[in-house]
Design a protein around this ligand. Structure first.
Ligand code: GRF
Length: 200
């Protein structure tokens, strides 16, 4: 069974959806480690409550980004991690880190990429006045919110809808789409050819 590490920075609702999917047998993998770059992240409490090994690795405690990533990579090697799942992890991984886990890092982003890359995507899409947004799950490469797309699902914004309602619907879709993509990935069912990913 594949050992997964989930990287978090904040609230951890996606982490909980992933834990649930593992417990339900939808994702046939073991969550070996939760890594947070913020020791105050609520996600760490979720990991603790679920009995999952977790650690805070804070960049301020390291001399450089390279040293920080080295500490994280050491933890991954220690736990024999085969797949890294970013779940609200607010940090860009270096090219070196990405190449150590080439095609073995996934991310969820709350927009239909390549629209609204980066932070605060839900609110920016809403403020822009788009009629359709959604969720993207993708492989991580060297560029932010850029790697090959695994799955996307649209969310239509209705006239007069409040941001809070739109946000809620985006998160609900994330909590379905991400576990499904992780499940395919751990089963070795994602074929990548250039930017094209197909489920086989
Ligand atoms: C999610 O919307 C995710 O797509 C984005 O950050 C948010 C994290 O939420 N990258 P949570 O910490 O999983 O609740």
């Amino acid at each position: 069974m594949v050992n997964i590490a989930v990287f978090v920075s904040g609230y951890g609702s996606n982490l909980s959806a992933i834990i649930q999917a593992v417990n339900d047998g939808l994702i046939r993998a073991n969550i070996a480690l939760v890594v947070s770059d913020n020791k105050e992240a609520y996600a760490l409490k979720r990991a603790r409550d679920a009995g999952i090994k977790h650690m805070a690795v804070e960049p301020v405690n390291y001399a450089s980004k390279a040293e920080f990533e080295k500490a994280v990579l050491q933890a991954l090697v220690r736990e024999k991690v085969g797949l890294v799942v970013l779940a609200g992890f607010m940090r860009i991984l270096s090219a070196e880190f990405v190449s150590a886990y080439r095609n073995k890092i996934l991310n969820v982003h709350p927009s239909l990429l390549p629209a609204f890359k980066g932070e605060d995507a839900i609110r920016r899409a809403f403020d822009y006045g788009v009629k359709v947004s959604g969720v993207t799950v993708h492989f991580v490469d060297e560029k932010m919110d850029h790697g090959p797309v695994i799955s996307q699902k649209q969310v239509i914004i209705s006239d007069g809808e409040a941001l809070e309602s739109f946000e809620k619907r985006i998160h609900a879709i994330e909590h379905e789409l991400y576990p499904e993509a992780i499940a395919l990935c751990v089963e070795g069912r994602l074929k990548i050819e250039g930017r094209k990913v197909t489920a086989v």
